[in-house]
Design a protein around this ligand. Sequence first.
Ligand SMILES: [Fe+2]
Ligand SMILES: [Fe+2]
Length: 216
Amino acid sequence: MTTYTFENTPCIGSGATPVGTYTNIDHVWLAAEPFMRTRMNDVHLPMTVTYAEFILDTEPEADEEVTRVAALLHDVGWSRVDESRILSEGFRSDNFLTSDIRVEHEKHGCDIAREILPGCGYDDEFITKVTDIIDGHDTRAESYSIEDSIMRDSDRMWRFNPTGLGFSAEWFAKTPRAIAEALENKIIKEMITERGKAMARAELDATKKLFRLDLI
Ligand SMILES: [Fe+2]
Ligand SMILES: [Fe+2]
């Protein structure tokens, strides 16, 4: 079995940067910015896009622009749901992953993509590819395409990094240790791509050391 560490796995935690050449999507960042403050999405979305680029480095057949625009926009729909319901229903309820509020943030995310992407120069065909990924990204069990798979892995990835693990502990009202155990026992097994699996392993092992989860 391969051991994945920061020495053999480029990722945010190891201080690497993606090596591929990627289309400039700065105009999409600027168009999405008004929808990014809710639920720390101005932290989660940039990290998600960077993780997507690390995976795209090893998946050359994927459409990098569709994947990255979908990753950038996947959670902007949280800006249109009732903020007081986000934690109680979207994180701390028994069925949080399939809760109504999760479906709502996916639908609102598709709406926002359809509102802002034409002004960014994208046609209907491109926009539909993006919304097909955003729609159901949390509530649908299966992935439809390589771009979808890369977006799903990238979305999960930040939780293995200290930043996302810290926010998860706060939102789910659990200890960092409990979050790390859930990542180890469940989430890491849901990773689809080889690079995603490797990054999740390397980030989680380093985060566990950093947070002294051997002791506390
Ligand atoms: Fe989401
Ligand atoms: Fe997300």
